[in-house]
Every structure is written in C-alpha cells, then in structure tokens.
Design a protein around this ligand. Structure first.
Ligand code: NI
Length: 394
C-alpha cells in the first residue's frame, strides 16, 4: 500500500504544486474563503467524492466511501484562510490580493488535504472504512472549527488527523508530538474604577493607574509563587488605557491581555485565581473592579493511539531521519482542539524549512515553504489514514 501511495503521489506532485501555487496567489481572509471553497469543491467532485458546500459558513466537506465495512469514520481536517499581511516574497506566484497573504501555510494544508483525497479516491477498493475531508474556514480568528462542529461536521467521526507546517523543521521531515501540542488561549479584560482628583492631592482620590500597576505586578509575581511550575501559564497584559492629563489622577484603567496554558485544569482555574488577586489589591485601596475572562480555544492534546499511527506511518515512509519527535509544546493556539472535544485525534508538524537559506517564521511577510514538503505531507497523511483502520479494536 505504501508503495502504491508513493507512486500515486509522485505522479500527482506537479499537479499538487500547481494547486498550491493557485491557492497561494489567491488568498482570502477568515470567513471569506468563497473562491477557495469553490476551488476545493471542484477538485473533490472530480475525484468522485460526495461533496457538501457551505458547511460552517464557507467550509467544504468531502466524503469518500471505502469498500470495507469498518464502521469507524476517519476525518482529515485542513484549514484554508490567509492573513491580513502584505506579502514581500519575490515568488512568481505571489499573492494577487493587496494586503492578504498565505503566511501560515494554510495553502499547503489545503493542498495536502486535496492530495490525500485524490490518492485515496484511487485506492477506495482497499479502504476498510469511510473518510470525511474537512476544509475549514477562519482558523486564524479561532472561529472556523466551532462553525464546522455546529454544522455537524463531526457527527459520527471516530478519529481525526490534521497537519500544520513548521518552518524550523526541515522539508522532508515530519514532526510528531505526543501530548500537548499547542496551548489554550484565553482573553482577559480588567476594568479598575478609582476616583479622580488633583495630581497634588492623592489622599483625596483613588488612583486607578497606581492600582492597575499593582495588579500587573501582582499577577506576574503570583504566577511564579502559586502555580505549579511544571504546568506552564503565560499571562501577558498587552494593552493599558487610562488617564486624561499629567496632573489629574486617573479614575479608570482598562487592562487587556492574553492568557496561555497547557492543561485544561489550569485554564479552568484561572478566572477565579485572577479575580482573587485583583480583588485583594482593589479592596485594599478602595477601588472597584470588573473582570471579563473569555475562554478561547483549548489546548491541542494529541491522542496517544492516533499519534502512534501517524508516527509509524511516517517512520515506514521516511525512515528515522524523516521523523522528529517534538520535545516541547508551543504556547501558540490552534482551533483543531475544538474537534478534539468530539473525537480523539492527532496533528503532525510538516517540516517546510529550506536547508540552504534563512527560514522566516509563520505570519512573516517573507514566509516561504520548500514545496518538496507537499509530497511528504500527502504520503504521510494518506498512509496514516490507511493505517488508521489497522489500529485498535473495532
Ligand atoms: Ni496556521
């Protein structure tokens, strides 16, 4: 089976590069992926898949029926949105949309999803079960996965795979991570209400700027003393607004921040913990406060069994030098975690780094990928899908 998949992928490689370049030059922003979705649907129809458009606003589903009777339904998820970034690469197929760029590799993800569908549709007689391909919109604004799930995209799914490119892993290498891959990303807003007064008469006022400063320092210090250091939390206050004049004591300050954590228990405990610190400081100095804590996407935690399927598929396909076990999670966020609330799954990191030149990070206007990685991604995904039905019990 692996030999067949590799042969099909090699024959398809020029077409896949063409697809990726088309997507790259026609990027669309989150929630507006209309052309991209229509293009994807066209490819899926041509492979004979059952296609559903407009799923989760602009998402696309393609379903491939195998010939076997295994009841398990495997999902393969890729995302298709681009970023509000002006591309600065010198590529011939650079973005044709001013200020929009595929700078996070979602053009590659979509191509891997389509390539996998193209290959497996030719091998359907050997597939023991069904596969559903999910092409989701709006990953960059952490909404698309919720839209897809709400539209029923995960109904009946028993396992799910996904992929994200990674420029610090070289092309030709597949990164595998057991356990937490990305962090939960929550939003924090704290309003502090004091009382205005003359800058020379602080005792007659309640200085919201000074109290807000104590809150910022207090939160940072308390993290290091009250949280288990083996369960990381990063709290960043990225925005402070308050005050009207140099000689007027501010009555109101608004703090905005992001909170990242890896363990679900940590994320669940954070709102009450933050409130305790803020309340303690505000009560001491007579200020009022309001806290808005919004849980964003949870942490992506890869399932051990499905991660083993990915790892063994990649090892068989590329040998030891083609597989890298990723030692540390990232505190970035990925809405693939939303699907993992509904079925076990695993996401691999597809190495797209060039060996002989500078690799720019994701979301950078000069970000580029080594396109040889597309074949690596497609073979790994297609073979892992095949091996999925060989794993575990029915
Ligand atoms: Ni991304």
């Amino acid at each position: 089976m692996l030999t067949q998949i590799k042969e099909l992928a090699e024959n398809l490689a020029p077409r896949l590069i063409e697809i990726r370049r088309h997507l790259h030059s026609h990027p669309e922003l989150s929630g507006h992926e209309h052309q991209t979705a229509a293009y994807i649907a066209g490819v899926l129809y041509s492979c004979g898949l059952r296609v559903q458009e407009g799923v989760g606003k602009v998402g696309v589903l393609g379903e491939l029926e195998g010939s076997g009777a295994d009841p398990r339904l495997l999902a393969i998820r890729t995302d298709m949105d681009a970023l509000p970034i002006q591309e600065r690469t010198q590529l011939d197929f650079t973005s044709r949309q001013m200020g929009i760029m595929h700078a996070c590799g979602h053009d590659v993800h979509t191509t891997v999803g389509l390539g996998t569908a193209m290959i497996l549709s030719q091998l359907r007689d050997d597939l023991p079960g069904r596969i559903r391909f999910l092409f989701q919109p709006a990953e960059e604004i952490a909404q698309g996965a919720n839209w897809m799930v709400a539209a029923g995209a995960m109904e009946g799914v028993s396992g799910i795979f996904s992929v994200h490119v990674f420029p610090s892993v070289m092309a030709g290498v597949v990164g595998i991570r057991y356990g937490a891959l990305t962090a939960a990303a929550d939003d924090l807003e704290i309003m502090i209400q004091g009382e205005s007064g003359h800058g020379a008469r602080p005792h007659e006022a309640i200085d919201a700027i000074w109290i807000a400063s104590q809150v910022v320092v207090g939160l940072q210090q308390a993290i290091s003393r009250t949280h288990n250091p083996l369960r990381p939390v990063v709290l960043t206050i990225g925005q402070i607004k308050g005050g009207r004049a140099p000689n007027v004591i501010a009555d109101q300050v608004r703090l905005l921040g992001t909170v990242r954590s890896l363990h679900p228990e940590t994320s669940a405990a954070l709102p009450a913990w933050i409130e305790r610190i803020v309340a303690g400081i505000c009560d001491t100095y007579g200020a009022k406060y309001e806290i808005h804590y919004r849980h964003g996407v949870p942490s992506v935690t890869n399932d051990p069994t499905l991660t083993r399927v990915l790892e063994s598929a990649a090892l068989e396909a590329w040998g030891n030098q083609g597989v890298q076990i990723i030692q540390e999670p990232s505190l970035g966020a990925e809405d693939f975690s939303v699907y993992l609330q509904h079925a076990p799954g695993s996401m691999f990191r597809l190495g797209v780094g060039f060996r002989d030149r500078t690799n720019y990070p994701l979301h950078h206007p000069n970000f580029e990928v080594d396109e040889s990685s597309i074949l690596t991604g497609v073979v790994t995904m297609a073979y892992a899908a095949y091996k999925y039905w060989q794993s575990g019990k029915r």
